[in-house]
Ligand binder design. Structure first.
Ligand code: PLP
Length: 479
């Protein structure tokens, strides 16, 4: 077999493109039938993984054969792109975003410095400004950065907060979160040089929200002890239950105490496009910085996060910098360099994968899809609330419904039996391979959760999920 040139000719490019596109379209069409979890035995999976660890050969091979191998690898996975994926926070991957990326990667424009591809930077900036202004409700002067995910967005914000509030005196800075904050928040603080002992876990109220009075007391006590409280992190849609912290009161507290107010809206932020979301996320516009995850509730492919900030200059102050080898590239004041707003320099024009779908489908398509998810979660809540054997934690703020077996009495032993039965229940539900649910621990109790975020999940799959959950609930009650 001859080796394919690094510069294939026109016929080769088209032929290869067809092969890839055919596979992708076929896979996308089959998503609804595909099992929600891995069908291979543990041994088959281990063998496949081992085989695929092989290094590349000196001589090239055939694209069809390689695509076959890719399909085998892609099949050995949770079907995260399918309608049955109700585990963790689903991210489904829009087809049109993938098309945008094919174009984007082929033209390979430089996304780190505005002057190298100013109009592409404008497209990306239009997406970020839309997120800052229209999605989050921030005023002029706000802006942000597209990142590889929510963790990077929160890290980028934490460093900016630290720079703005502490300067170079990090040792006494303290951060305030709740036990429901995503672990990326503590990781970001650690990466930003904040010691673990300086991270305060603020108590939550019975409805799983940060208690502003408790936060205020902790901040005061720390200040009196000579520490420097600098960052309050609220969550707008916790990963566990989709609960929104009391943003308005926390914003007031942060302002009063001169803390940077970061809101982790990785899951919840885009729901502000809907009327219900706007209500439930009241106060989102008060954040100094907000983490969003387009690869969750904007259905983008993984690797798409966003940070928006009230004052873009504060971000620039923390990340600005240049080198003499860049002296030929002008700096632009209208569209700040992405490379000067965060830790990365060379990068793709990350906004294209959102820009194309937003213009192609229109914003209302996304709004309607999110409204549908809110309806579906309400349905899950209503139906499961009627099941006597289950306790449903609370009415969902967003699209996560958390539930568990109701213990037969209020003893610790009964709770343990209910938790053990819940653990078996998850296995039985997922064993159908039509849906995938995941679990968490809330106030020391094993808790199952249904999280509806995919644009591919509709009423039919939710009703099927409910039938499976209810029949399996009754199949093996807590002993
Ligand atoms: C998913 C999630 C994160 C982490 O984002 P990544 O994109 O996985 O890095 C942070 N916070 C919340 C609330 C999340 O749901």
């Amino acid at each position: 077999m001859r080796n394919l040139s690094l510069e294939p000719d026109r016929a080769e490019m088209i032929e290869m493109g067809r092969l890839v596109l055919d596979r992708v379209v076929e896979r996308t069409e089959r998503l609804a039938e595909r099992p929600a979890s891995i069908s291979l035995t543990d041994q088959a999976e281990a063998e496949l993984v081992h085989a695929l660890l092989a290094p590349p050969p000196a001589q090239g091979s055939d694209l069809s054969a390689l695509l076959g191998r890719l399909d085998t690898a892609a099949d050995c996975a949770l079907e995260t792109a399918g309608p049955g994926h109700l585990a963790f926070i689903p991210g489904s991957g829009l087809y049109t975003a993938a098309l945008a990326e094919l174009y984007n990667r082929a033209v390979n424009r430089y996304g780190g410095l505005t002057s190298i591809a100013p109009a592409m930077a404008a497209l990306e900036t239009s997406v970020i400004r839309w997120m800052a202004h229209d999605v989050c409700g921030l005023a002029k002067g706000s802006g942000g950065l597209l990142t590889s995910g929510g963790s990077m967005a929160t890290f980028t914000a934490t460093v900016a907060a630290r720079h703005h509030k502490l300067g170079e005196d990090l040792a006494r800075g303290t951060v305030y979160i709740t036990t429901f904050a995503h672990y990326s928040v503590a990781k970001a603080a650690r990466l930003a040089g904040i010691r673990a002992a300086q991270i305060r876990i603020v108590p939550h109220t019975a409805d799983l929200r940060m208690d502003p009075a408790a936060a205020a007391a902790m901040i005061r006590a720390d200040r009196e002890a000579g520490l420097r409280p600098f960052l309050l992190v609220a969550t707008a849609g916790t990963t566990d239950t989709g609960t929104v912290d009391p943003l308005v009161r926390l914003a007031e507290l942060a302002r009063r105490e001169d803390l940077w107010f970061h809101i982790d809206a990785a899951y919840g932020g885009f729901f502000r496009l809907t009327a219900r979301g706007r209500q439930r996320l009241a106060g989102l516009q008060e954040g100094d910085s907000i983490t969003l995850d387009p690869h969750k509730a904007l259905f983008m492919p993984f690797g798409t996060g966003a940070l928006v900030v009230r004052d873009l200059a504060a971000l620039h102050a923390a990340y600005g910098g240049t080198g003499s080898y860049l002296q030929d590239s002008d700096s632009d004041d209208t569209i700040l360099d992405a490379g000067q707003l965060g830790p990365e320099l060379s990068r793709e024009v990350r906004g294209l994968r959102a820009w194309l779908p937003l213009h192609l489908h229109g914003v209302d398509a996304f709004r309607d899809a999110l409204d549908e998810k809110l309806d579906l979660a309400e349905r899950v809540y209503e139906v499961l609330s009627e099941v006597a054997e289950l306790e449903v934690l609370q009415q969902p703020d967003l699209t996560t419904v958390a539930f568990r077996y109701r213990p037969t009495d209020c003893s610790r032993r009964a709770a343990e039996l209910a938790d053990a039965a819940g653990y078996r229940l998850l296995d039985r539900i997922n064993g159908h391979q039509r849906v995938l649910l995941s679990s968490t621990v809330i106030d020391d109790r094993y808790t199952l959760r249904v999280c509806v975020v995919s644009h591919r999940t509709h009423r039919d799959r939710i009703d099927e999920a409910l039938d499976i959950i209810i029949s399996e609930t009754r199949a093996d009650l807590p002993a």
